[in-house]
Design a protein. Sequence first.
Length: 138
Amino acid sequence: MQIGMVAKKIGLSADAIRFYERNSLLPRPPRTPGGFRQYGENDVETLAFIRRVQGLGFKLSEIRGLLNLRGNRLQACAPVRRRLEEKLVDVQRKLADLQKLEHELRSALRSCNKELRKRPAHCPILRESNARKPESEK
């Protein structure tokens, strides 16, 4: 199967497939006499796996580790479970950070709304000192 067909089948771009090859997530496929890459079903399965775990938020280095586990004949579930738990903790931390940011933005918006009711209005956000900078900017 050539790269265009694989890309269409998996829902990836040909550039993405080449990127995975360059980053050693996918072995370099054999080429036809005309120089076209030839992929097999194993390659298609590997690419589908990469796409799925990347959709779960795994980075390329993490995906490489999962591919190594996937290639292991034992395919122990415990290391994968541990990685999933770590990813979940990371996502929960990011959600908490986003909730804090949402709270800070709502508070800043309330301040702006309150000030806009006055004449003349002076933007409280532009007047604030660095002491009240959101955590994400510190």
